[in-house]
Design a protein around this ligand. Structure first.
Ligand code: TRP
Length: 353
């Protein structure tokens, strides 16, 4: 470890990870664990903020995600890996920080508004106004659902602030979509100091690393809800079919038509898997190569890495005892880190001496 700075990040257990999660976040975590004191956790309480009524696969999804993490190279010897709900200190601090968080901060949070729209769109799929090109805000106009927005859902950023502040993390590797949340975490830390006069928490900063942008098969953002993913650990024959069905430049009709690689999904993947992607870019522009050949080559480049992942994953999957041991150790280490900070917060608030 090159420094003692603390990094915290979590992922919601929504099922098997896809290549977007891998290249966009997980690979970066694997690199960070070498340089920082890292805490990585399964954000199962956060999953409950929207999925409170379908919890049957929550634990299983968490386990699957942990296996993906280990297979990708997260190492419990280097990082503290744990399950959020295993750390009761988190829920306790959540209650306390909830008391000092102004409602307006949460209601104004842009992610909150966006997520409500997405949840409505999912719930009313098939009954929405307009078409795919109509902004979501318009498509869901007039739709309301009392079940969608719970107290916990509105309080999502408080819980996320707790995850971070409770370990006095200095850095949080997050995507751009999470910056508003992180800002609220900083605001809560500052407000705590303003009210109680003690600097219990550290203001966390985002850690933006340049990560690869992975589009879905259809060119939209890769996401489970768009059904355009390639899963980590997916059978390679299935991946082959998906690669062969990727969107390319629609203006390229014949194999030797010149085309534009920007916006081509196959090329976006070449940028990740092909060290000579610049040559490929030039060939594409000149019309020197057809899309089918380009796709075949891409799959040939991806296949060894994906197969190796699948083989490695089987080993971690088979060793449930090792996984349980890691989760137990992670829990102890995370609690040991959280407990003194919770105590300091309670003292500052004068609810204990
Ligand atoms: N909000 C994050 C997401 O949806 C998950 C998360 C929860 C998180 N708590 C966190 C990320 C703390 C970083 C730090 O992806």
């Amino acid at each position: 470890m090159t420094n003692n700075k603390i990094v915290v990040s979590g992922m919601r257990p929504t099922g098997r990870l896809h290549l977007g999660n891998y290249h966009g976040a997980l690979k970066n975590w694997v690199a960070l664990q070498k340089d920082y004191r890292c805490f990585f956790f399964v954000a199962d309480l956060h999953a409950l903020t929207t999925a409170y009524d379908h919890t049957q696969s929550l634990a299983h999804n968490g386990e699957d995600m942990l296996i993906d993490w280990l297979t990708a190279g997260l190492d419990p010897k280097q990082a503290t890996i744990f399950i959020q709900s295993d750390v009761p200190e988190v829920s306790e601090l959540n209650t306390l920080l909830g008391m000092i968080t102004p409602l307006g901060w949460l209601l104004r949070n842009p992610t909150y508004k966006d997520q409500i729209q997405e949840l409505l769109a999912r719930k009313y799929a098939g009954q929405l106004a307009g078409d795919e090109n109509t902004p979501l805000a318009e498509r869901v106009k007039g739709l309301t659902d009392e079940d969608i927005s719970s107290f916990g859902f509105l309080g999502y950023p408080v819980l996320m602030a707790v995850d971070i502040l409770i370990h006095r993390a200095e850095f949080v590797p997050v995507g751009q979509d999470q910056t508003a949340h992180l800002e609220i975490a900083r605001d809560i830390a500052r407000r705590f100091k303003d009210i109680y006069g003690e600097e219990v928490f550290v203001e966390p900063k985002p850690l933006f690393t340049s990560v690869a942008k992975v589009p879905g098969l259809d060119g939209h953002k890769m996401s489970k809800s768009y059904h355009n993913t390639i899963e980590l650990g997916e059978d390679v024959d299935s991946v082959r079919k998906k690669v062969m069905s990727m969107y390319t430049d629609p203006n390229k009709k014949k194999a030797n038509d010149p085309a534009n690689p920007d916006g081509c999904v196959v090329y976006a993947f070449h940028k990740i898997y092909n060290p000579n992607h610049q040559t490929r870019c030039a060939q594409c522009k000149e019309g020197a190569l057809g899309c089918v050949a380009c796709k075949k080559e891409l799959f040939a480049l991806m296949e060894p890495e994906l197969s190796a992942f699948n083989e490695r994953r089987k080993i971690f999957e088979a060793d449930k005892a090792q996984l349980a041991q890691m989760v137990a150790q992670g829990k102890e280490a995370a609690r040991a880190s959280a407990a003194p900070v919770l105590l300091a917060a309670k003292k500052a608030m004068r609810i204990i001496k």
